[in-house]
Every structure is written in structure tokens, then in C-alpha cells.
Design a protein around this ligand. Sequence first.
Ligand SMILES: Cc1cc2nc3c(=O)[nH]c(=O)nc-3n(C[C@H](O)[C@H](O)[C@H](O)COP(=O)(O)OP(=O)(O)OC[C@H]3O[C@@H](n4cnc5c(N)ncnc54)[C@H](O)[C@@H]3O)c2cc1C
Length: 337
Amino acid sequence: MSEAATLPAELAPVTAAFQAAATDGQRLVIRGSGSVLDRLPPPAGAEVLSTEQLTGVLDHRPEDLVVTVRGGTPVEELAALLATHGQECPIEPLAGHGGTVGGRLATALAGPRQLAAGRVRDWVLRVRLVTPECRVATAGGVTVKDVTGYDLCRLATGSWGTLGVIAEVTLKLRPIPTQSAWFSTERPATSALADLYRPAAVVSTADATYVHLEEHPDDVTAQATTAGLTPAEPPRWPTTARAAVDPARLAELTDWARRSGLDLAAFEGVGVCLLDGDAETISAAAAQVAALGGGLLHLDPRAGGAHAPSGGPTDMRERVRAAFDPEQILTDVRQSR
Ligand SMILES: Cc1cc2nc3c(=O)[nH]c(=O)nc-3n(C[C@H](O)[C@H](O)[C@H](O)COP(=O)(O)OP(=O)(O)OC[C@H]3O[C@@H](n4cnc5c(N)ncnc54)[C@H](O)[C@@H]3O)c2cc1C
């Protein structure tokens, strides 16, 4: 898995930065496009290790529905290239938020389309990671069956830049659905869902339910008619905070958020709720989310940042981190407050 002897030239700046940091006792924070990072409090005393030079599509095999891309490649650039072949990887971030492929994997933030498309990690076939000790590790395989070895793909997905630089990623692709459209209804999500077959996304806001359908045009029209849906623009995505809870407990959070006057977009079946509101109410939301066993990421840079990692076995995360980064060169930006 370790392949330092065949280090590609474009990784030299990354390993040089890690070596210098180890020598100087400097801490580093990996930065993609900064769409999330720049909204969190700057980690004290850490230098930025940018992936902006680490871009480009390395291999696209349309017939195999597979693409290999460097970690700093903007997600929108990749989506545009794939669209020319009628293909997509349905893990793109929310419209307008940008992001790089490496950042998308590192944060593994669920989008509303996770309801039907699955999690980010389900689309990752292979990852190449450069660790702070300058080991270059590759794991996974280009075909779905070839997944022997250490499950680096899963470790890197959601690693938040704490294990190393995601330098290359191989992703599964799929054909772009023939039709893709947003609808809205005043029916509560649970009621609308009962009339829908595999919707791509169902999003509850403060006053409506939004449904994203992706299928053959005839099926989209038939489903929309049966469920009493009206064509609509996508909902507005709040940007102050992002709560993640067990999908079964999402309704408790959305009921509370509505009563508290927060603006919200809750991804039904996924367990994510984006929130907008004043600092005091968002703090109260953080307590509410913690009581539900979830985590809240505060993404308002003016608020000075706040964070609760969303669940998960913290001790295991720390053990993995210590194995990849024993000198603790990399900063966990979610802990930087
Ligand atoms: C308010 C807000 C809410 C959002 N909510 C969602 C959502 O719910 N669902 C969704 O799909 N998208 C969401 N996004 C989009 C999200 O910004 C992108 O999906 C992407 O995850 C971030 O990419 P980036 O390159 O900007 O990462 P950055 O903001 O630069 O970095 C984010 C984290 O990833 C690490 N990182 C970045 N690149 C690498 C790399 N190559 N190797 C290792 N670690 C790396 C950084 O160290 C940092 O910890 C949201 C964005 C915003 C601003």
C-alpha cells in the first residue's frame, strides 16, 4: 500500500510541506476551496497546506462508469466534464457551495440526494492519501470487485483533513437521469412520502415540503400528479449551522426548530437539518441536537464558530489519527475553537 518510491512529481510540494512542518514543529491545515474551512474559526498557529495545484482528471472511462481525479479538482469542473458524457457522480455539494473532490470526501457531508443515491463513501472506489509522515498510501480498486486491502477509502471519507492529503480519488459514475425536477407541496413530508416511489430528495422547510424527482419524464409526471406536487424552484439552503441526527429523530428537531422560529431545510431520511437564525437560538439548537445524540456544525464565521462533532466513536477516531499522524501535524478544524 505504501509507494514512496514511485512518488508522482505533483505530490512533491505536499511531502515538502509535511517534512518542513515536522522539522519546524509547525502545524498544518489542509485546504481545498475553503467553502467550509473559511467559515470555521482559523486554527491557531496552523499554516495552510493548499491543494489548489493538485487538480485535473487523470482517467475517465465512460464505458466503465469510472473516473480518477486529483483531490484539488473543483467538483463543478468535474461535473461539467462528466455531463458532456451524460454521466454524473451524485455526491456533488449543495448548489452554489463549490468545493473540491478531496474536500467533498474529507467532509463527507450528506446532501439531500443521499436519500436515494447513498452516502459519499458508497461512490468512492479508490483513494490515494499522502500522510504527514510522507507515506503515499493507495487503497481500493478501479473495479467494484477489487476492494482487497486496508479500507482506506472509508477512513479517508469523513477524515476532515486529519489523516493526510487526499491526492487522488477514483469515483463510480452513473448516467444522468433523463429528467430531474423539484416540486413542492404543503403536505407534511411523511404524508407526501407515502405516495412517492424512491424520490431523489425530500426536504422539509419551515412552511413547505420540497421533493426532487429523478426518472423517466413520464414517471416524474405520474408521481407528481399522484402526490399532488407543484413544480417549484429548489428550496433555499440555510448556511448558519448544519445539524446531523438519527434520521428517525429528525422530526423532533424540525418541530423544535419551527417552534423556535429558525429557518430550516431538513433532508428527510438522511437526518440532516440546515439552520438559519440568531446566535442565541443556534446555541440552543446545538443543545437540542446534542440531546438527540447528534452533532451540530456551526458555519457562521461571524459567530466565532462552534462545534460538536456528530456522534461516532471518538476514541477510535483518535487512535486512527495517531496511527496516521503521530506528531499531530494536522489540525482538526472542527476542534479548533
Ligand atoms: C454552509 C455550508 C453548508 C454545506 N452543507 C453541505 C451539505 O449539507 N451537503 C453537501 O453535500 N455539501 C455541503 N456543503 C458543501 C461543502 O462545502 C463541500 O461539499 C465540500 O465538502 C468542501 O470542499 P472544500 O474543497 O471547499 O473543502 P474545505 O472547506 O477547503 O475543507 C473542508 C475540510 O476538508 C479538508 N480537506 C479539504 N481538501 C482535502 C484534501 N484534498 N485532503 C484531505 N482533506 C481535505 C480540510 O482540511 C477541512 O477539514 C456546504 C457548504 C457550506 C458553506
